[in-house]
Design a protein around this ligand. Structure first.
Ligand SMILES: [Fe+2]
Length: 322
């Protein structure tokens, strides 16, 4: 039976946080807690920093002191502990189906979902981390660690200002965009919002046009991480704040076609690419029809203000192989 014919009894509600290994830890903490506009939590120490936005999510960014950059894990939210338990059962079954001869898995360069690929890394249980909660971890076919959790401690919201209120999206480079897209949709329940030719695919788990996107590349790595601010005015003020602190925007200001979001891409002290975004398109689940956007300047840069990304920006977006 096709996994798609069994609608899950659980859904991912939102993107919680991204956890990064960081080769320039001290400088990066200063950057994100300074001009980027996040706030360091008291649980931070000399090896790990937890940074929150103004929204209720416990933290949106974790940085771990490391020798080289990489993704530690991506955290996704579920509604409650029952949903987490249902997800663990469903994910295990879906991985077994892919392992058990799904044609796309067999034909994919990613191969079957063997011990080297997709698997559950832990059973549902209490998470022994700041913010707590209940969840489990899995590895996707390219070995990315994904944590699904519920009942993580919320933090009191702060007054909205010209700083990020949430994590908007994570874009991941992949060596097999077709297979990985199918896997994230069928195993984790994401939906395709749009394609940008066959170069990028934008996936949603709620009304936001995308929370995860994949970019066709030579290796699996992080492309960029986007933080949302509450208005176009806050977006321009963010670019101004970073500019005055000596961090000029590397690509932007501009507005994308797919997702219709305003964008401004920077390079952090470790060489990772963060994005300030605003006005992300909201999708009506019942009526949305995915489309394939041509990759032409008028649609990649609707305002005509950004131009194409520089070779240096593209190099940073290619990331370090995970
Ligand atoms: Fe983005």
């Amino acid at each position: 039976m096709s996994p798609a014919s069994q609608p899950p009894t659980w859904t991912i509600t939102h993107l919680r946080h991204i956890s990064l290994r960081c080769a320039a830890f001290d400088e990066s903490v200063d950057y994100y807690a300074g001009p980027w506009g996040l706030r360091t939590l008291g649980d931070s120490d000399a090896r790990t920093a937890l940074l929150r936005a103004t929204g209720a999510e416990h933290h949106v960014l974790e940085l771990h002191r490391a020798d080289r950059n990489g993704i530690d894990h991506i955290s996704l939210g579920l509604a409650d502990e029952r949903a987490v338990d249902a997800a663990a059962v469903s994910v295990r079954e879906a991985i077994a189906r892919w392992d058990g001869g799904d044609e796309r898995a067999a034909e994919s360069p990613l191969g079957g979902t063997t011990a080297e690929g997709a698997r559950l890394l832990s059973e549902p249980g209490a998470l022994d981390r700041p913010g707590g909660g209940y969840g489990f971890r899995l590895a996707d076919p390219e070995g990315r660690v994904v944590e699904l959790s519920a009942t993580v401690e919320a933090v009191p919201t702060l007054a909205a200002d010209a700083t990020p209120d949430k994590l908007a999206h994570v874009v991941l480079n992949t060596a097999d965009i077709e297979a990985l897209c199918a896997w994230w949709c069928e195993v984790l329940g994401f939906r395709v919002s749009d394609w940008s030719e066959r170069q990028m695919v934008f996936l949603r788990c709620n009304a936001d046009h995308h929370s995860i996107a994949f970019n066709r590349a030579e290796w699996a790595s992080l492309n960029h991480v986007a933080y949302e601010v509450p208005s176009l005015d806050a977006y321009m003020a963010s670019l101004g704040r970073l500019n005055r602190a000596g961090h000029t925007v590397g690509w932007g200001p501009g507005r994308h076609g797919p997702g219709n979001n305003a964008f401004g891409y920077f390079v952090d002290p470790a060489g990772t690419v963060p994005e300030i975004t605003a006005e992300v398109q909201q999708v009506d689940e019942a009526t949305w029809v995915p489309r394939t956007w041509p990759r032409i300047p008028e649609l990649s840069d609707r305002w005509g203000t950004a131009g194409p990304p520089s070779p240096e920006m593209r190099q940073h977006m290619a990331g370090t192989p995970d």
